[in-house]
Design a protein around this ligand. Structure first.
Ligand code: HEM
Length: 403
């Protein structure tokens, strides 16, 4: 299948990382020697893992790599949990085009920008509470977790009282390899039942929130979202809308605290914050891999011929460290310019719908945190920072800081 040297037996995926900040060393080796490698996924299915920038771009943006094929009965899977074809992320065109257009009509850049003052207020409140509690504080529960979950719940019109329960379901759904399949299915049922009830309530009494807007699309005559599409959209937005951002905040702060010159640079030039946020997204993304795709025909990836029907995973985190596209890729440089665009939000038709919201949250949270606590430092040695494992999305689970 390939004319590049290959590992003799498939590597077991996902890889464990040596520490919270270091990427798994397999990626560098694979990029250099075997950028389209055989792996075995936790479900036992075989797949190819793609690690170089150009091939990752191709897998994410070339229509011959299908998402819909991953939701068909008997398709290879990452974990054991079933995929749902009515999920935006599991659709190919033309279904994807229709649903994405409908949700983009409501989830606009304007709606996101309108959240700026509210996100600033919520952040300031959390920082006030941190200050009152005093140094040291764990900023995962104090800031990185509550901010994104509050923002996505307010945006969708989900009552805040449900926040802890939603976070628990969401964490279970994303666990992939660390929990039994029954637990994951149970969490899916919990989320679906809850959101189904909320959708019914919004239909009765619409609010000024995104979920009510999506419900009204569901009721319109032309080009409507069907009932299942609406439910899965709500689930995807709720899950995608907080877990990734929580981890990105924690990873980003940890990266700055362990690179004090970069911390100083962000503090000294607040205008450069958007560039710094992009670099943190490149350097410490909240997950290694984009979702699974399956080839619908034979495709050449570099020197490798990938036959039709092959399961392929594209590593975003690895692509972001490709020295062919980034100068000194293993160095955090918050003033980095002129390199390729990082792939942390994906690329192509499934490009992250919430990228604008995530960027806004990161900018406000990181900027406000550094301004409020310019002497911020780690309260424990960096190698003692715990991180989650057995999950597709990962970040540090606790980040004690002092000031
Ligand atoms: C740092 C935070 C985030 C990261 C790193 C991230 C990353 C990603 C990536 C890589 C994809 C594409 C997956 C693929 O092509 O296989 C994606 C898709 C998606 N993301 Fe995000 N995301 C983040 C935050 C958010 C937020 C805040 C929301 C919602 C409010 C969101 C909603 C979505 C949705 C709905 C999709 C599916 C889009 C489609 O299939 O057309 N994400 N995200």
């Amino acid at each position: 299948m390939t004319d590049t040297p290959v590992d003799s037996s498939p590597l077991a995926y996902p890889f464990e990382r040596p520490s919270a900040l270091e990427p798994c060393p397999h990626y560098k080796r694979l990029r250099e020697t075997n950028p389209v490698a055989d792996i075995t996924m936790p479900s036992g299915s075989d797949a190819l893992l793609v690690t170089d920038y150009d091939s990752v771009r191709t897998v994410l943006s070339d229509a011959r790599f299908s998402r819909a094929a991953t939701a068909r009965p008997g398709a290879p899977r990452i974990g054991t949990e079933p995929q749902n074809a009515k999920n935006l992320l599991s659709m190919d065109p033309p279904e994807h085009t229709r649903v994405r257009r409908l949700v983009s009509r409501e989830f606009t850049a304007r709606r996101v920008e309108a959240l700026r003052p509210r996100i600033q207020i919520l952040t300031d409140e959390l920082l006030d509470a941190m200050e009152q509690q005093g140094s040291p504080t764990d900023i995962v529960p104090a800031l990185a977790f509550p901010l994104p979950v509050t923002v996505i719940c307010e945006l969708l019109g989900v009552p805040l009282g449900e926040r802890e329960q939603i976070a628990e379901w969401s964490g279970t759904v994303l666990s992939t390899v660390s929990l039994p399949v029954e637990k994951i299915v149970e969490a899916h049922v919990g989320l679906s039942t809850y959101l189904g009830g909320l959708i019914a309530a919004k239909r009765e009494q619409p609010g000024d929130d995104l979920l009510s807007a999506l419900v009204s699309i569901n009721e319109a005559d032309a080009e409507r979202l069907d009932e299942e599409e609406l439910l899965h959209l709500a689930i995807t937005l709720l899950i995608a809308g907080h877990e990734t951002t929580t981890n990105q905040i924690a990873n980003g702060v940890l990266a700055l605290l362990t690179n004090p010159d970069q911390f100083e640079a962000v503090l000294s030039y607040p205008g450069a914050l958007p560039t710094a946020v992009e670099e943190l997204l490149r350097f410490v993304p909240p997950g290694d891999e984009a979702t699974l795709r399956i080839t619908t025909e034979d495709v050449k990836l570099g020197d490798t011929l990938v036959p039709a029907g092959t399961a392929v995973l594209a590593s975003l985190a690895s692509a972001n460290r490709d020295s062919g596209h980034f100068t000194r890729p293993d160095t955090l440089d918050v003033s980095r310019t002129g390199d390729a665009q990082h792939l942390t939000f994906g690329i192509g038709i499934h490009y992250c719908l919430g990228a604008g919201l995530a960027r806004l949250e990161l900018e406000i949270v990181i900027g406000s945190l550094l301004r409020r606590f310019p002497t911020l430092r780690l309260a424990v040695p960096a190698d003692q920072i715990p991180r989650s494992s057995g999950r597709l999305i990962h970040g540090v689970t606790s980040l004690p800081v002092a000031w």
